[in-house]
Design a protein around this ligand. Sequence first.
Ligand SMILES: C[S@@+](CC[C@H](N)C(=O)[O-])C[C@H]1O[C@@H](n2cnc3c(N)ncnc32)[C@H](O)[C@@H]1O
Length: 318
Amino acid sequence: MGELTDLDTAPETHHLPVLLTEVLEGLDVVSGERYIDGTVGGGGHALAILETSAPSGRLLALDRDPEAAARATARLEPFGERATVVHASYDRLRAVAEVENFVPVAGVLFDLGFSSWQVDDPTRGFAFRLVGPLDMRFDPSAPTPSAADLVNTLTAEELAQLLWEYGEERQSRRIAQAIVSARPLRTTEALAEVVSRAVGGRRGRLHPATRTFQALRIAVNQELERLEAALPQALEVLRPGGRLAVITFHSLEDRLVKQFLKREASDCICPPRVPICTCEHQAQVALITRKPVLPSAAEREANPRSRSAKLRIAEKLP
Ligand SMILES: C[S@@+](CC[C@H](N)C(=O)[O-])C[C@H]1O[C@@H](n2cnc3c(N)ncnc32)[C@H](O)[C@@H]1O
């Protein structure tokens, strides 16, 4: 699980776009075309797409975090009407693209997970190394349960299942029991302490609470469900020859993207033992990357957050 180490690194002052050159090349960004950035964050990839597609390329950018959307709006303001930023979750990609008159497009990018801005802000509750409320919602303006709601209301069995499924946490039962015994838990610090006490000291480079925090964040934001809903919509809005680029940061989301692209690159998705194809499935994409593109040693050195990144690219067939 790649992203696991990220919360354990020193705070960065700003968010560096990951695999930037590889994304621009992979999306084949050129002047005059239209692109969608489904996760605009600090706007690093978005800015580069707008610069590379100058003078007339256009970008529609989404983020589920209202603060990120506001920051990106300000950062992309110099591009005038060439850039449109919308506060929306990427599982609404097709509807937003239709409303904004952005169908079809030449490229769609998802750079998944959280940004340095979010993790370094204690009030968001993403980081166990900072003291803050146990929130973890990408969209704190939405009336959805926070991490505190989950840890204080789920049963020990439900918590253990969540930690196992989304954190691949081997000590899930022990941690779940310790959480239930210690609640109510209100802060990142309190949760990190309970987990540390339950499982003992550090495990190698990882803080003992790393997997617990990741699992809660994925559950709170329904990250895998939303990604699963967004990927087919991205293919629907692409023009033939258009490119989809996805950067993942942990094995659960990478597996989901890999399996989706494999299925959509196949003419038959019948179970292996079926002698004659009955599925009538038609390949929608060609895989541009058979293996994921990884950051160079230089990028990993310069930007520790990039260490677990994996980029996959596919092209929509005519
Ligand atoms: C890794 S950051 C993107 C960084 C960006 N590419 C850049 O260069 O600054 C991921 C962003 O995705 C956003 N995000 C997470 N889930 C989302 C969703 N369901 N819909 C839209 N944005 C989402 C987060 O709020 C965060 O800002």
